[in-house]
Design a protein around this ligand. Sequence first.
Ligand SMILES: [Zn+2]
Length: 279
Amino acid sequence: MKFQYEGPVSPIKTDLKRYRRRLESVYKGLFTKEQIYRVEEAEENLLHRGNFAVADDEAPPGQFGVNLRIQGGLAVDWNGELISYDEHGNQAPQGRVITMPQLRFRKLTAKERKFEEWFHPPYLETYVHEYNHFIAYVLQLFPMNLAYHILDMVNAGTVQDIKPAEWFNLMKSSVRFHLYHLNELFTERLEDLVISEMGYEAFPYHTVDSLKGDQQKAGRYLKETVYSFDVSEFIEIFENWIALRFSQGDELWEKDFAEFFHNYVDSTQKIEVVKAKEL
Ligand SMILES: [Zn+2]
């Protein structure tokens, strides 16, 4: 594995030079040979200077994003199904999305550096976190990251009288909330595993820990779910996240929402995702 960094933040390069080999052996101990092969292939084919950008000062230390181009259009209908249509507005049997990964880092402030050094080499965890997003993007046939990102871009479904628009918007933003936090938790659990295997202490925070009220409840439930698997089960579900099912009818997953969520997740998988070097 290469663990590339081709951006301008030079301390990342220094840290990677030092830790690349240990990182490689840790990842090779966690993932299967086939998965490692796919990541190595993607490092070769997808990562180049153009994928590494600088985050601005206001942004978190690192960010992973997916730039995308949708061919035709996409919409979510009232049952939570993601539907695709061609340039004439006719429903198409399958859509196509072209994507390109992007990793952004910025230089840590003196205060952040000092704080990080308490736990591990300053740039190690930020890099591992963003790289885990990249690995998820590579291994997942339909990346979870893309599944919520698309929701920000799709049009609302056709208006029907039966259900008010607020209901639809609530469902849509709730699906986005769950996918976003699930995606972060997947990355964070892998980060915990990697950093501790490296012999350091991982940050004790998780994205969901800062949530409040009802969102906090939902976030805790997601965290419990992600941390309930043993390591090999987790690695399997990390790739095949679509297999993750939430029980309908419990306090947090009302039947309507569970149906909408699973319909959305299942139907996104029908859209073809092209992972490309450029858009
Ligand atoms: Zn993240």
